[in-house]
Design a binder for this molecule. Structure first.
Ligand SMILES: [Zn+2]
Length: 415
């Protein structure tokens, strides 16, 4: 947790039940995204309810305490990953699964047959095949399924009903009751990667950091939303590490900040991207330019951009794509009144920085304006402009969360 900057607010809350730092290797993250279902790595819960040693254990203990006992299922880790008894899933909206010879069957979302087989991580539902990280198994005459079936697959399929593994139990998670949303703000570029360079040597990396700080400042008055910055100084972070920070910090959404560049000084305006195959040559060019940051990364593994195509091809079904495009829409809406340039719209393209985060949370990349346009460049680098952009994006985040919370509340009240 050293690189990310959380400011003054406390942290670590979701970390106990979401993806963990070392658990996801970079290549694994890419490979996992290529599968229909990204891998969920659930950390082992605290063995004993000892005094919390750090923020993470503290939050794990807290979230467990609030859950009603009757909604908790017992979790075993006999095979090294959390699993629950198939027949006990009746407590979830998935419904109980039954064992029939070498099959585990049930009625999934939409009343469609759900079928799994012991020893195989593949899951068949409504004519589609999904892959879990782990396989169900038989033991003591009972069928056990990986907890990720309800913590991950179910919410991704239905968009509701969040469950989380809390130590030895699977509990219903109501993320909006006590915990603020956590937005991960990623100031693009940094260190030896200046990003785009505008007139008078204005650098994108400075603009993105200044605006990120403004967003965080604007969100300080908002008790239900907190911001974590992937960097709070002029330093380079590898593109994929930014996503890893977002996941590790238990982000609820991820916003990468950038400024655009074009050969034509007349080009201006703002656009927000989510991760999906580019639809226009122009969008593809923007992604290529932003992805070129990898050339500044020294390191053992430089990402293979070819992998990106496979990842993107499978991404359309992911619920986070829908949420990401929604978040992108809110961002554009809030920027429109403060921006002098045209609304260039919500777009999609293959941004490496969004790949990891997109598997776990809505993730967008904002091109806040053209650093190569003299007017926009002045606005982007000036105090007033940065203040306005920061406030607008903070507003977009709050509005997105509000409507998301309302949709979720609607889903829960229907039970
Ligand atoms: Zn950039």
């Amino acid at each position: 947790m050293s690189t990310a900057d959380r400011g003054t607010k406390d942290a670590g809350r979701h970390a106990a039940t979401r993806l963990r730092p070392g658990a996801v290797a970079r290549t694994a993250a890419l490979a996992c995204l290529a599968a229909a279902l990204p891998v969920l790595v659930v950390s082992p819960g605290p063995a004993a309810p000892a005094a919390p040693a750090d923020a993470e254990t503290a939050s794990a203990a807290r979230s467990g305490a609030g859950a009603p006992a009757d909604t908790a299922l017992t979790v075993t880790r006999d095979r090294g990953y959390p699993a629950v008894a198939a027949e006990e899933l009746g407590a979830t909206s998935l419904g109980a699964l039954r064992r029939e010879d070498q099959r585990i069957l049930g009625q999934g979302p939409g009343g469609q047959t759900l079928e799994m087989r012991p020893g195989s991580p593949f899951l068949r539902h409504g004519g589609r095949v999904y892959q879990l990280s782990n396989a169900p198994y038989l033991e003591d005459g009972r069928a056990w399924v990986p907890a990720e079936l309800v913590t991950r697959w179910l919410p991704e399929t239905t968009g509701s009903d969040e469950w989380e593994v809390d130590g030895r139990r699977l509990t219903r998670a109501y993320p909006f009751e006590d915990e603020p949303f956590r937005v991960i703000i990623d100031p693009g570029h940094g260190g030896r990667d200046p990003g785009a360079i505008g007139p008078r040597g204005r650098r994108e990396k400075h603009v993105t950091l200044a605006v990120a700080r403004e967003i965080r400042r604007a969100l300080e008055d908002e008790p239900r939303v907190e911001a974590v910055l992937t960097r709070n100084r002029d330093t380079l972070i590898a593109l994929q590490d930014r996503s890893e920070i977002a996941i590790r910090e238990g982000g609820d959404l991820f916003l990468s900040l950038h400024a655009n560049a074009a050969r034509a000084r007349s080009a201006r305006g703002f656009e927000t991207y989510f991760l999906s195959p580019a639809r226009t040559e122009e969008a593809r060019q923007v992604a290529m330019r932003e992805n070129a940051s990898v050339k500044y990364e020294r390191g053992e593994e430089s990402p293979d951009l070819n992998d990106l195509q496979f990842i993107l091809a499978d991404l359309d079904q992911d619920i986070n794509v829908r949420e990401s495009s929604r978040l992108a829409g809110y961002t554009q809406n809030q920027l429109r009144p403060v921006h002098s340039g045209p609304d260039r719209g919500v777009k999609q393209a293959g941004f490496l920085v969004l790949v990891g985060a997109s598997g776990s949370m809505p993730a967008v990349l904002v091109e806040m304006g053209f650093l190569t346009n003299p007017n926009e460049s002045r606005w982007l680098t000036g105090d007033r402009g940065q203040d306005e952009i920061g406030a607008a994006i903070a507003d977009a985040v709050v509005r997105y969360f509000e409507q998301y919370r309302q949709r979720l509340a609607g889903n829960h009240s229907g039970e």
